[in-house]
Design a protein around this ligand. Structure first.
Ligand code: CAA
Length: 306
């Protein structure tokens, strides 16, 4: 039975996983993989929980209890008592393999190691581990506390009992796990990434304004948000990294990175997390990033609302 969970990586996904798991009553050890001060990560969780208190979703006592279940640290050795550790660090193959190996060294014999990788080939990660039988992928979606899905993937060596425990864990934290093959991108990103890239490429090609592209997909297809706003939510660096990996691994031309996406990532304009991406989030409502000069049909470069 999984009672104590480690989460390595305190970025957007890692923070969401920590919040989700602790909210469901499990103890969490949250490791800031890059070291340094952990207080911003704790404050981020507190702010997110405060928002839920203000909305009347949880009580102040619930918030305090959730916060009390999370221990922040920079030491991987603090993972030694965890039954499951979820790695949620950057999608860089070498860095991820090194990190997974370091985590593995800290784990107790029965502990499960999961990666939240969205696009790296799982078998090649597993081939660098000493206990691939205890290895799975648990791929969460952003915002983690809201999105119900977890893609559960295993490698050939994964023990059946490990897969079952991982599945039970997902259900315990309120998620719906779907079993997917260990192919880069699994189901969601295999379908979603080409769509996001085409959204950005459509903006670049002047097919429509940013607002019109997003509205077309929200109003025309019933999506909760359009591809440009969603790319900003996921993080343009994450979209870029996924596209590059899937282009390399799957090599079928659907994952070609538009120049506009590369430019924004190079400029450090990564979406909501930097307050500037395809949209600019500095004001009351998002407007098109002023540096994106595109003439859409029916107008000059527009100020778009996301
Ligand atoms: N953390 C916690 N809760 C959050 C949240 C966050 N970051 N963002 C929104 N919420 C909650 C709100 O509190 C609200 O909860 P209640 O209904 O209980 O009050 C609920 O979500 C709805 O939020 P809002 O009313 O503020 O806004 P909304 O109705 O416009 O929904 C959204 C926001 C949930 C983000 C919605 O627009 C949506 O579902 N967008 C699509 C997201 C998506 O496709 N995610 C997948 C990305 S792909 C990925 O993540 C994989 C990868 O590998 C990169």
């Amino acid at each position: 039975m999984i009672e104590q969970v480690g989460v390595v990586g305190c970025g957007l996904m890692g923070s969401g996983i920590v919040e989700n798991v602790a909210s469901r009553g499990l103890q969490v050890v949250a490791v800031k993989a890059t070291g340094g001060d952990v207080s911003p990560a704790r404050e981020k969780l507190a702010r997110s929980l405060d928002r839920r208190v203000r909305k009347g979703k949880i009580s102040e006592a619930d918030r305090d209890a959730i916060l009390g279940r999370v221990r922040y640290t920079t030491e991987l050795s603090d993972l030694s008592d965890c039954d499951l550790v979820i790695e949620s660090a950057v999608e860089a193959p070498e860095a991820k393999i090194t990190l997974l190996q370091k985590i593995e060294q800290q784990l107790s014999p029965g502990a499960i190691l999961a990666s939240n990788t969205s696009s790296l080939p799982l078998e090649s990660l597993a081939s660098n581990l000493s206990r691939p039988a205890q290895f799975v992928a648990l791929h969460f979606f952003n915002p983690v506390p809201v999105m119900k899905l977890v893609e559960l993937s295993t490698v050939e060596a994964t023990a059946p009992g490990v897969r079952e425990s991982a599945k039970a864990f997902c259900e315990r934290i309120g998620k719906v796990p779907v079993q997917v093959a260990p192919s880069p991108g699994y189901v969601v990103n295999r379908l979603l990434v080409p769509y996001l890239l085409h959204g950005i490429e459509s903006l670049e090609a002047g097919i429509a304004s940013a607002q019109a592209i997003d509205q077309a997909m929200t109003l025309g297809c019933g999506h909760p948000m359009g591809p440009l706003a969603l790319s900003d939510l996921i993080g343009l660096d994450v979209v870029h990294a996924m596209a590059k990996t899937m282009d390399r691994e799957l090599g079928d031309g659907r994952y070609k990175v538009p120049a506009l996406l590369s430019r924004l990532v190079l400029a450090g304009q990564l979406g909501r997390k930097t307050q500037l991406g395809i949209y600019d989030y500095a004001g009351d409502s998002p407007v098109l990033n002023g540096e994106i000069k595109i003439t859409a049909p029916g107008g000059t470069p527009e100020a778009a609302e996301a």
